[in-house]
Design a protein around this ligand. Structure first.
Ligand SMILES: [Zn+2]
Length: 300
């Protein structure tokens, strides 16, 4: 190689080095600070809960779920406390997750318990069996846990709340929404917005606007779903009126909504099992909630 060729060779290497290094640098700098919601990881959180068995208040599966939810949150950088109460002689254990001392402007919540009896099962011989709760219980918890992993640390103050004892209405000695009612008994501030997610993992996802929910907040979230191209799943029509964990908030005049897919043939049956839930559906819910929190961080 002549001196001139060596010079050309070296400068070519230099340019290639600069291009490569420069590309890496800009890729690093432009890396978004927000992680993506991972529906597959949320789905595996459904599977984990099902492996605990039914999460009926007082059961071993329920106790394991509390321990596991708290450890998952802790690993994602959240502190947790148990808000406990006794209602109708049942101990209530709501799990409250937070990331700082500030009162939350937003609460996102789901129930983690499962129903004692599968009394909607088409086979009457199964009415005394427990509900596995893949969609009715585990799906909401899975979305909250995955949100806990991806919500940026600098977002507005949020609580993730896991309600106990939501699902035992019309059973002797019980009622619906015991956990969220107990939570409201002790709540000492008014959050700006409360979003409940329940039964949102259905493979065949159809979420209608729930009639009792705060209409302004419903429209805000449905608009975000539409911006993300999810209007097929967040249907712009009202369908059901539902008593759920948003009810005690609404009764206190707090802006609250229930995001629920009540078109679920396996509701309160023994067939509410893992195969009925999909990563895609969990991902859609997660994308919408994450975008909504970020939009509240940076109002348009
Ligand atoms: Zn239920």
């Amino acid at each position: 190689m002549s001196k001139r060729n060596i010079a050309i060779y070296l400068s070519t290497i230099g340019i290639l080095f600069l291009i490569t290094f420069g590309w890496y640098t800009s890729a690093f700098i432009s890396q978004p600070t927000t992680s993506k919601f991972d529906g597959q990881r949320a789905l595996s959180a459904v599977e984990t809960q099902l492996a605990f068995g039914p999460r009926i208040p007082g059961s071993a599966g329920h106790a394991r779920a509390i321990e596991w939810i708290r450890s998952e949150l802790s690993a994602a950088g959240w502190e947790t406390r148990i808000q406990s109460a006794e209602v109708l002689d049942h101990p209530i254990n709501n799990i409250v997750a937070f990331r700082g001392p500030d009162q939350p402007t937003i609460i996102i919540a789901a129930h983690y318990d499962t129903r004692i009896y599968a009394d909607q099962d088409p086979d009457p011989s199964k009415w005394l069996e427990p509900v596995p709760g893949a969609n009715d219980g585990a799906s909401g918890v899975a979305v909250l846990l995955e949100l806990g992993r991806v919500l940026p640390i600098d977002s507005l103050p949020i609580w993730l709340v896991f309600f106990d004892a939501e699902d035992n209405g019309r059973i002797q000695g019980w009622d619906w929404i015991l956990g969220s009612r107990a939570f409201l008994e002790e709540l000492e501030f008014i959050p700006e917005a409360v979003v409940i997610v329940d039964m949102i993992g259905d493979v065949d996802l159809n979420i209608y606007k729930e009639r009792n929910s705060d209409q302004e907040l419903v429209n805000e979230i449905w608009d975000i779903a539409s911006d993300l191209g999810y209007e097929e799943f967040f249907i712009s029509e009202e369908k059901y009126s539902i008593l759920d964990d948003h009810t005690p908030f609404l009764e206190q005049g707090i802006s609250a909504i229930d995001i629920i897919d009540f078109d679920y043939p396996y509701w309160h049956t023994t067939s509410d099992s893992f195969d009925k839930v999909s990563a895609t559906s969990l991902n859609i819910i997660g994308d919408v909630l994450l975008s909504w929190v970020l939009s509240r961080n940076n109002p348009r």
